[in-house]
Design a protein around this ligand. Structure first.
Ligand code: CA
Length: 432
């Protein structure tokens, strides 16, 4: 059923040992051709593979996909074909590029129509995101935030160990890696000030997250169980949930995050399927107290994905500021989706569900500057002599994710975000 992940498979496309995209990965994305069209694609090594062109040449015949389906601006319609069809598509693609298969390998005259060097093309948003939920499912992150902002003795709120806490976010401002985001402006209220002020945020932060994308569309009123949840999940991406901490602090009471969280959230361009991650499935932290029956689950639903965050000041080398892991999640993706739908809330194909900031137990594994620099009290030193409490203008934030064992590496690639200075604000003053 899932032959693609056989670690002995090799491709006739050259794949470096440290590549995120061996023939066992076969992720899905959307790229812009040199002619300006957008197409569904996969990737092996440093080659982006145009699925439309592959289909036009007959290589995807018999799978039930019309070639035009791959000439698309988003993957939503491809995903709607279903998990069984997409699984067969991945298996076919792996077969075409398997090293002993001469059908395409020995026809270099058409390689130029199908294969593109990754560094020469632009990746686009892989899906149209209908709805977006952001969870808060790392116990280390929730505890750190509770210690900093509330009460160290009662860092977790009473509900936290009983449900995957989340909120509905804004889908329109989710953009793809390579984004340049202006520092947001808004209301803040410094601790000693009596009144709020307006201006550029002084505390722009990243949040290291992994997001899952749903691939089925049950009707309103349908609850997805933890056992059914993974059938509804198409795959995962890296997710940088940019946050303006000073805006957040003033605005979030009593209804939760708003403008501090919707000025740009950035995802990696390749959707990694759960099938590709199968060898890296691990058990999660023990949940105590026992959770309610609808949140109980069988099997392992955590994944051992190593996560790095680097900050690159302008014209400087990148510096590692965090090394974390998706396996630390207290609430797993099956529980998150079961909770999201337990009241009958419907889900769409292409919906995105952020994990929440993923922190480990040690300070070098915290998934936000808020925690790494501990609310500004422990600034991070950079080789150029500067310090960071939060993100500076013209800093680039780079997140990378990969799974690795002795004979296989499956990676997510990276999500790159540059923070630009705030735009000049021209107030419209109407004199009456
Ligand atoms: Ca978040």
């Amino acid at each position: 059923m899932n032959k693609v992940i056989d670690p002995s498979l090799k491709s006739w496309i050259e794949v470096n040992q440290d590549s995120d995209f061996p023939i066992q990965n076969i992720p899905f994305g959307i790229f812009k051709t040199p002619g300006g069209d957008s197409r569904a694609a996969t990737r092996i090594g440093d080659k982006v593979i145009d699925l439309y062109s592959l289909a036009l040449h007959g290589f995807l015949d018999g799978l039930g996909f019309h070639p035009d389906l791959f000439k698309c601006e988003t993957l939503n319609a491809v995903i709607a074909s279903g998990k069984t069809a997409c699984r067969a598509l991945r298996t076919r693609i792996a077969g075409i590029f398997e090293q002993s298969n001469p059908l395409l390998r020995d026809h270099p005259e058409i390689h130029g129509e199908i294969l593109f060097l990754a560094e020469t093309i632009q990746m686009l948003m892989p899906v149209k995101v209908g709805d977006y939920t952001d969870f808060y499912s790392s116990i280390e992150h929730a505890t750190n935030v509770g210690i900093m902002f509330r009460d160290p003795a009662n860092a977790l709120l009473p509900n936290w160990k009983h449900m995957p806490v989340g909120y509905h976010g804004r889908s329109s401002s989710i953009v793809v890696s390579g984004a340049e985001i202006h520092r947001p402006k808004g209301q803040t209220k410094p601790d000693n000030a009596e009144l709020p002020e307006f201006g550029p945020s002084r505390q722009v932060d990243f949040e290291l997250e992994v997001a899952f994308i749903t691939g089925r569309q049950p009707d309103l009123g349908t609850s997805v169980t933890t056992a059914e949840a993974e059938d509804h999940i198409f795959g995962l991406v890296l997710f940088n949930d940019l946050s303006a901490r000073d805006i957040q602090k003033w605005e979030y009471v009593p209804l939760g995050p708003f403008l501090a969280k919707n000025f740009g959230s950035v995802i990696s361009p390749w959707i990694i399927t759960l099938d590709a991650l199968e060898p890296f499935r691990v058990s999660g932290p023990k949940q105590e107290p026992a959770v309610l029956p609808y949140l109980q689950f069988d099997g392992d639903h955590n994944f051992d994905v190593q996560l790095d965050v680097l900050i690159q000041p302008e014209n400087q080398r990148e510096q590692l500021v965090c090394h974390s892991n998706y396996k630390y999640m207290y609430w797993n993706l099956a529980q998150q989706l079961a909770h999201q739908t337990v009241n009958g809330c419907n889900i769409n194909i292409g919906d995105m569900y952020g994990s929440g900031t993923i922190s480990g137990t040690t300070s070098d594994s915290f998934g936000s500057m808020l925690e790494i620099a501990w609310k500004g009290t422990k600034p991070v030193k950079f080789p150029d002599g500067t310090e960071r409490k939060f993100i500076h203008d013209n800093d680039t934030i780079i997140m990378r994710g990969y799974c690795k064992n002795e004979n296989l590496r499956i990676g997510f690639g990276e999500v790159v975000t540059k923070i630009l200075p705030a735009t000049i604000h021209q107030s419209r003053i109407i004199n009456q």
